[in-house]
Design a protein around this ligand. Structure first.
Ligand code: ATP
Ligand code: MG
Length: 357
C-alpha cells in the first residue's frame, strides 16, 4: 500500500513539438482508486506508464510513499501493470501465468502456489488453474491478467483500459468486480479509461485530462455538480452538459425567450444546462423553442435532441440541445417543444476562456 505523488511531471515523445503530459500534479492517497479519463491522445497512458517506469520523465518527479522513484527501473518500483491486451503466455497454464512473476523473483514453489490459490479464489478462477489461456473466455482471460497483478501484492496497481476487449455487458459486471476487489485489497490503484461512465462508476476520484493537461480532479459527484470548465461539463455525463452560447443583454443571458441573470461583463456567455434541468412548458412565450430532430428511447426515460431555430442568436457548442423527458410524454419527431431551464441548476462559463464563472 502506498501514496503516490506526481510532482509537476511532464513527458515529451522524441521529435514531438508539444508535451504529451504537461506538468501533471496529482496527489493520490494510500488505498485510493483514481481514474484518469479523457479523449484519445490526452496523455492518460503516458501518465500511467511514467508511474510504472515504462516512460521517462522529462521534468518533475514521481514519489511512491515519499520516495522519489523517477529514476528507478520498473521492477524496482513495486508497481503491477494490467494492460488492455492481457499478454498471457499461451503455453502456460492459468496457474503458471499467475505465478510466473513470483517464481521469476525467486519465490519458492510452495509459497507461490499459496499466493496463486489465494488470488484464484478471489477471482473465481480456481477451477481453471490448469487450463491454457486459449481455452478461456475473454472475461476469464481478463481475470487471469488481474490475478497476475494481485499475486505480486504490489504497492500500486496501474491499469490501462483493462476492460476494453470485453463486450458491453461483461464490461459492466467486470468493472463492479474490479472496484470491489480493489476495495477489499486496499491497494492504491491508478486506472485509465476513455469511458466517462466507467470513470464515474469506478473511481473514488476522477482526474480529467485534455491535451496533456489536468483539467480537474474530484469525486464523481463533484465533477458532475461542479465542473470547473466547459470541457469537463461537456465530457462528464451522458449526455454531457448542454453548452449554449448566448448574448448578454442588460446583465442577463438571452436564450430564445428566456432571460437568465448572468455574472459577466462580456457580450456573450456560455450557459450550461444539464439534460435533466429543463422543464417542458405549454407554449412559446418566455421559453426556448426547439424542433425535435432525434429521439432516444432508453426505457425509463427518453432524450430529445434539437437545434436552435434558424436565425437564432444563440448556438449550441456541443452538438444538439439534449433534453431528458419522461417516457410517458408522447412527443414526436419534428414537433416543437418549449423549454425553460431550472434556474437554480444553470451554470455559467466564460464564452472566451470556457472557465466557470
Ligand atoms: N510512442 C509514441 N511516440 C510518439 N508520440 C506518442 C507515442 N505514444 C503516444 N504519443 C502521443 O502522445 C500523446 C498522448 O498519448 P497517450 O497514449 O498517452 O494518450 P491516451 O490518452 O492514452 O490515448 P488513448 O485513449 O487513445 O489510448 C498523443 O498525442 C500521442 O499521439
Ligand atoms: Mg492510452
Amino acid at each position: 500500500m502506498a501514496a503516490v505523488h506526481y510532482a509537476g511531471v511532464s513527458h515529451r515523445y522524441p521529435g514531438a513539438e508539444s508535451l504529451a503530459v504537461d506538468t501533471l500534479e496529482l496527489d493520490i492517497t494510500d488505498g485510493e482508486f483514481i481514474v484518469l479519463v479523457g479523449p484519445s491522445g490526452c496523455g492518460k497512458s503516458t501518465s500511467l506508464r511514467m508511474l510504472a517506469g515504462l516512460e521517462s520523465v522529462e521534468s518533475g518527479h514521481i514519489d511512491i510513499d515519499g520516495v522519489d522513484v523517477t529514476s528507478l527501473a520498473p521492477r524496482e518500483r513495486d508497481v503491477a501493470m494490467v494492460f488492455q491486451n492481457y499478454a498471457l503466455y499461451p503455453n502456460m497454464t492459468v496457474g503458471d501465468n499467475m505465478g510466473f512473476a513470483l517464481r521469476n523473483a525467486g519465490m519458492n514453489k510452495a509459497d507461490t502456489a499459496v499466493r496463486v490459490l489465494e488470488a484464484a479464489r478471489m477471482l473465481e478462477l480456481e477451477p481453471l488453474l490448469d487450463r491454457k489461456p486459449g481455452k478461456l473466455s475473454g472475461g476469464q482471460r481478463q481475470r487471469v491478467a488481474m490475478g497476475r497483478a494481485i499475486v505480486r501484492q504490489p504497492k500500486v496497481f496501474c491499469m490501462d483500459e483493462p476492460l476494453s476487449n470485453l463486450d458491453a455487458k461483461l464490461r459492466v459486471s467486470t468493472r463492479a468486480q474490479i472496484a470491489g476487489l480493489q476495495k477489499r485489497l486496499g491497494t492504491t490503484t491508478v486506472y485509465v479509461t476513455h469511458d466517462q461512465v466507467e470513470a464515474m462508476t469506478m473511481g473514488d476520484r476522477v482526474a480529467v485530462l485534455k491535451d496533456g493537461k489536468l483539467q480537474q480532479i474530484a469525486s464523481p459527484r463533484e465533477l458532475y455538480d461542479n465542473p470547473v470548465n466547459t470541457f469537463v461539463a461537456g465530457f462528464i455525463g451522458s449526455p454531457g452538459m448542454n453548452l449554449v452560447d448566448a448574448p448578454v443583454v442588460d446583465g442577463a443571458a438571452v436564450v430564445g425567450g428566456v432571460r437568465i441573470p448572468a455574472p459577466t461583463q462580456e457580450a456573450r456567455v456560455t450557459v450550461g444546462v444539464r439534460s435533466e434541468s429543463w422543464d417542458l412548458v405549454g407554449n412559446g412565450v418566455g421559453s426556448v423553442s426547439v424542433a425535435v430532430e432525434l429521439i432516444e428511447e432508453l426505457g425509463a426515460e427518453s432524450f430529445l435532441y434539437g437545434a436552435p431555430p434558424l436565425g437564432s442568436d444563440w448556438t449550441i457548442r456541443n452538438g444538439r440541445l439534449a433534453v431528458r423527458v419522461d417516457r410517458k410524454l408522447a412527443i414526436g419527431l419534428a414537433e416543437t417543444v418549449h423549454l425553460v431551464p431550472k434556474l437554480d441548476e444553470v451554470f455559467f462559463f466564460s464564452a472566451s476562456t470556457g472557465e466557470r464563472l
